[in-house]
Design a binder for this molecule. Structure first.
Ligand SMILES: CCCCCCCCCCCCC/C=C/C(=O)SCCNC(=O)CCNC(=O)[C@H](O)C(C)(C)COP(=O)(O)OP(=O)(O)OC[C@H]1O[C@@H](n2cnc3c(N)ncnc32)[C@H](O)[C@@H]1OP(=O)(O)O
Length: 248
């Protein structure tokens, strides 16, 4: 993939073009810092609320059945709000690749709105809990990491957690997502939902069932790229390695 994501800049950094030492933070303007601090605190709080709601639900009911329904509004709100992350990359206030962030965020939005929200019979699948728990732990860690970094008071444990938890949580989350899509397939096939059949006046056809199969297959090339991206970030941040760029 293009080099920009490996050195952690997207070319629009306010810090200029020179390469920074690993672990050294860029300096942002006041407005960008204030906005990002607010955004990250709000997101940390949102995912914490979600975590507490999930733990309380499970302790009270002793089952995962009904869990999704009870937390769906909070989940939809905060996961949709994360679309702003793509905007942050586009306008250059965070040095992350638009492509990496775009794939990450769009796959989450897709899971929330076009799978779990739209296909009610799968909402009680165990696999939904799998990705919900992975996402929640990841996001609490990630947004608190960004918040403390912006405030220049990053506890070592948060940094360690940010660049270690994903090693397990990423595959677990992806497994949860794939199993949920797989569970949705029979309902999608039977109902023909979101599909457009011929003949119609636009002369186009679309089969959501096959779209889901293609989406599942697309995890095979895309997920390793995201995972190796995180492993490179881990080496850079935790072990201070300078990643040598290689242009495609
Ligand atoms: C239409 C259908 C599409 C379907 C597509 C299907 C294919 C999908 C295939 C793959 C699907 C994946 C699904 C995801 C599942 C899960 O999430 S499971 C749970 C586990 N998940 C994770 O662990 C997620 C890991 N991913 C991430 O952390 C990010 O999303 C990332 C974009 C992939 C990587 O983050 P990145 O930003 O590159 O790394 P960082 O080291 O965190 O940040 C780099 C620098 O940027 C600064 N920064 C970034 N964001 C912020 C912010 N909000 N505020 C402040 N600063 C920010 C960060 O501080 C770093 O700065 P420097 O310190 O100056 O370098």
């Amino acid at each position: 993939m293009a080099s920009s994501e490996e050195d952690g800049t997207n070319g629009a950094s306010e810090a200029g073009d020179e390469k920074e030492a690993p672990g050294k933070r860029r300096r942002l303007g006041f407005l960008a810092t204030a906005w990002l601090t607010f955004y990250n605190i709000a997101m940390t709080a949102g995912w914490l609320v979600l975590a507490i709601a999930m733990v309380r639900f499970y302790m009270e009911k002793g089952t995962h059945r009904g869990l999704y329904k009870s937390i769906q509004k909070t989940l939809k709100f905060f996961q949709t709000f994360a679309l702003l992350e793509v905007v942050h990359c586009l306008i250059g206030i965070v040095p992350t690749s638009v492509l990496v962030t775009g794939v990450q965020v769009s796959s989450r939005i897709f899971m929330v709105w076009l799978i779990t929200h739209s296909i009610k019979p799968i909402q009680n699948e165990e696999s939904v809990v799998l990705f919900l728990v992975s996402w929640t732990v990841t996001e609490i860690t990630r947004y608190s990491f960004y918040t403390f970094s912006l405030l220049d008071h990053l506890p070592h444990f948060i940094k360690w957690a940010r660049y270690n938890f994903f090693i397990i949580l990423y595959p677990v989350g992806v497994a949860g997502e794939l199993l949920t899509i797989y569970a949705a397939l029979p309902y999608v096939k039977k109902s023909g939902m979101f599909s457009v059949r011929l003949p119609n006046k636009y002369n186009v056809s679309f089969d959501y069932y096959y779209f889901l199969l293609i989406t599942m297959a697309s995890y095979i090339p895309l997920f390793p790229q995201l995972y190796f991206h995180m492993l490179r970030q881990r080496r850079k941040v935790l072990h201070g390695e300078v990643i040598v760029e290689k242009d495609d």
